[in-house]
Design a protein around this ligand. Structure first.
Ligand code: AMP
Ligand code: ZN
Length: 432
């Protein structure tokens, strides 16, 4: 099901009533797992504890550490023979965690991804090239099944081999692509090296980008480079994968699919709800998952609820793009800094390319930040004075944003190390 006005345009009382009912069902499922069975017994929680969605606050949180310490089957509510697939998290930080699905769960997930793609403007007439890993990573199969359900023609291109990706785009007249944002810059360079112009030589009309943090400035660069709209896709393996929150064609925040995810934003230390509109940690409770429901799962992702209604007519609340993770914040000279604060400034400079690396080092017992920034090819000339002037400007603007003075090194285009999957933006080489 890719467009369901009954759910997507439901008025608030209807949506909240559906959530409360589904929350009770989720508790009923969850208590069959060893982990929640013991936890709920200890806390005196049962389906009777839930009358409305507000009662979510009576329930305990679940963390990644809980998933790890009950690896692999501690959260399973059904017999293993009734599960049909597992996925692992990419281990953005630490060891992977595993999520099991039964047939119902996979069906629900495919519907969510189909709904998300439709919401961003993908149609059954599109040729959808899915450029991402097809293994345990959820982006491959998640988008494959979702785009098929929508009725698009899906090319399971998987990751890597950029020349072949471009050939596929040309051979089959690809119109929509899903990939991580950092890859699109590499793709664009490859087009140029092959003497091709994506606007002239392909049928591309839409990108779906996600799985890694990126700024609004980065998105605009992608759109300008290709002349193609790019829509933000947010998800995490613990909540299936893609299809948790998605931008609609208005591009003004991401609708969270509230019929399937009860969404809270809490203060990462006090765990109390933040004031509506303030930034905090996203917390999700699955509302339509049977084999492995999760209750109040702490994502570590930071964002805020956006106010107002969306002109697209969907009533599911919108969140702002992810501004960072509680665990990718680093502290230098007492200042809390998120990589995206730095990216936002860098992308304002037309001379700057799209790749950068933030190095954290200790020199003489003092923490220091060095930002290595790739230049745009056209700007990387031998004019040392011009480069020094630019570096000084960047230092100045970054300092205004993060309150610490960095060292800025402008480096040749393509000279920074490239990672296979999600881009690595920070290298912490400080002594413990
Ligand atoms: P994984 O479970 O391996 O798919 O990784 C999920 C994590 O990737 C999330 O918790 C976020 O930190 C990050 N992520 C996914 N989508 C986005 C997005 N659109 N913007 C920023 N970060 C994202
Ligand atoms: Zn909308």
């Amino acid at each position: 099901m890719y467009w369901n006005p009954h759910i997507e345009q439901a008025d608030l009382p209807t949506l909240r009533a559906l959530q409360a009912q589904r929350l009770r069902d989720t508790i009923a499922h969850a208590e069959r797992s060893p982990f929640y069975g013991a936890l709920f017994a200890k806390c005196g929680i049962s389906t009777d504890s839930i009358r409305s969605v507000e009662d979510i606050r009576r329930l305990p949180f679940t963390t990644k550490e809980d998933l790890r310490s009950h690896f692999p089957y501690g959260f399973l509510t059904v017999d293993k023979k009734d599960t049909v697939r597992l996925h692992c998290s990419s281990g953005t930080t630490g060891n992977p965690t595993v999520i099991f699905h039964n047939r119902h769960d996979l069906d629900s997930w495919s519907n969510l991804v189909a709904r998300s793609l439709y919401c961003a403007g993908v149609r059954d007439t599109d040729v959808f090239q899915n450029i991402c890993g097809y293994g345990l990573f959820t982006g491959g199969l998640g988008f494959q099944y979702g785009a098929e359900r929508l009725g698009a023609l899906v090319i399971p291109a998987a990751a890597g081999n950029t020349t072949r990706q471009i050939r596929l785009m040309q051979d089959f007249a690809t119109t929509a692509v899903h990939t991580i944002p950092s890859y699109l810059f590499r793709l664009h360079t490859a087009f140029a090296e092959m003497g091709l112009d994506p606007a002239r030589d392909t049928a591309l009309r839409l990108f779906v980008i996600g799985a890694e943090p990126h700024t609004e400035e980065q998105r605009r660069r992608i759109e300008d480079l290709f002349g193609v709209k790019a829509f933000n896709s947010y998800g995490l393996s613990e909540m299936n994968g893609p299809g948790v929150a998605f931008e609609c064609t208005c591009q003004n925040g991401l609708h969270v699919w509230e019929d399937c995810f009860l969404t809270e934003i809490v203060h990462p230390q006090t765990l109390e709800p933040v004031v509506e509109g303030e930034v905090g940690e996203l917390v999700f409770t699955t509302l339509d998952r049977q084999a492995m429901p999760l209750v109040r799962y702490r994502t570590r992702d930071l964002t805020r609820f956006l106010p107002g209604t969306c002109p697209c007519g969907r009533n599911h609340r919108r969140i702002d793009r992810i501004s960072g993770r509680t665990d990718d914040m680093f502290i230098v000279k007492g200042c809390n800094i998120f990589p995206m604060q730095i990216e936002k400034i860098l992308m304002r400079f037309a001379q700057v390319g799209t790749d950068y690396l933030i190095l954290l080092q200790t020199r003489n017992g003092v923490d220091e930040i060095t930002i290595q920034v790739e230049m745009q090819a056209a700007w990387f000339t031998g004019d040392l004075a011009a480069l020094e002037k630019l570096a000084r400007q960047i230092v100045h603007e970054v300092r205004d944003e993060i309150l610490v003075t960095p060292t800025v090194q402008l480096v040749e285009p393509g000279s920074l190390p490239k990672s296979e999957g999600k881009a690595v933006r920070v290298r912490d080489e400080r002594q413990a």
